[in-house]
Design a protein around this ligand. Sequence first.
Ligand code: PLP
Length: 386
Amino acid sequence: MIPYGRQHLDEDDIEAVLETLKSDWLTQGPVVPKFEEALSSYCGANYGVAVNSATSALHIACLALGVGEGDRVWTSPNSFVASSNCALYCGATVDFVDIDLQTGNMCMKALKRKLEYAQSINKPPKVVIPVHFAGQPCDMERLHALAKQFGFYVIEDASHAVGAKYKGAFVGSGQYADICVFSFHPVKIITTMEGGMALTNNSEWAEKMRMLRSHGITNNPEMMTEESHGPWYYQQISLGFNYRMTDVEAALGLSQLGKLEAFLEKRNALAAHYDKFFSECPSITPLKQSSDSYSSYHLYVVRVGSLTNKQHASLVTRLREQGVFAHVHYVPIHMQPYYKNLGFKIGHFPNAETYYQQAITLPLFPELTFEQVELVVDKLAAEIGS
Ligand SMILES: *Cc1c(COP(=O)(O)O)cnc(C)c1O
C-alpha cells in the first residue's frame, strides 16, 4: 500500500535519538532549547516554544493572547479539528470563515465581509487562525491589513507549512502574524514523533507560553510574586499544563531540521510531476498555487468535479483496494457532530462543503518515487475514465 504521507528517518536521525536516550535528560532538557533556537532562527523569528503537539501549541498560543470566556475566535472550516478546539479549550466561542475553492485556504473576501458584519453588530473576533492548507501560505498580506483595520490577533496554524515561504520570507517569521504554530506529527513535514512549536517575536507571549507548557510554574526569581524561600523554590503563578516536549523528541527534530530543505525539494518535484499529468486532464484539478509563495506540499490534493458523495467515497475505496491509500482532507469542522451540537449547520460554509465533496488527497512524501506518482495517476485516470 502506498500511504498518503509518511515520515522519512535516516540512520543519523535514529542515532540522534539513541544518543539522547543515553544522556542525563529524557524529558525537557538542554536539547529542547537547542531545537527551539535552531527552528526559530531558521524561520527568522525571535522565540520558539517547543511543546508536545501542535494542538498544545495552539492552546497556549490562544491563552498567551488572552483568549477566554466571551471572546470569539475564527478559523477555517477546512482544517483538522485542533484549529478550532483550541479556542473552545479557553472557553471562547468559535466561528468559521469560508474557503476559496481553488486553494482550500481561508477566503479573504469572505473574511472581510464577515468582519464588516461582525463590526456592525459589535461582535468582532479577538483572534483569527488562518490555516496554510496543504502547505501553501494564505494571503497573509491581506489578512494582516484586515487585522490592523479591525483589530484582531493572528495565530497561523502552520502545521502543514514548516519551511514554506510567503513573499520570500519563511512562514513563522512573524511579519504578518502574532504567533505561528508548527506540527511535527509523522505525516507532517519534519517529525519529532509527537510534537509542535509556537514561534513569536514577542518576548512576553513567549515567556507566557513557556510557563503554560509546564504547569504555570517559574524558577525565574524576576517573575516571582513573592520572595524565594531558597534554592529549591519554584512558584506557580498561573494555571498551566504538562505540555513539555522531551529531549529525545527535540533531538529527532534537530536532526530532521537538517533535511527540511531536501524534503521540500523532493515534495515540490513530485507535485510538479503530478501537475504535469493532470494539466492534460480537464476533470482533475490540482489546488491552485500562488506565484508569490513556496508551498511545503504537506499534501497533494486534487479536486474531481461532479462526483456524488457515493461516487467520491467509492473512488477513494477503489484506489485503496488497488494499493493507493488516497485520503480526504478535511471533513469540514462545522460538519462534525460535536460542532453541529454547538449550532453549526450544513450549508453554513458552502465552499468548504463543495470542496469536501470533490477533494482527494494523493500520496506525497519524500520517499515516494516518480514511478509511483505515474502509477497513482494511471489508476486515478482509469477510475474516472479520462
Ligand atoms: C496535524 C494538525 C494539527 C495538530 O497537530 P498535532 O501535532 O497532531 O497536535 C493542527 N492543525 C492542523 C491543520 C493539522 O494538520
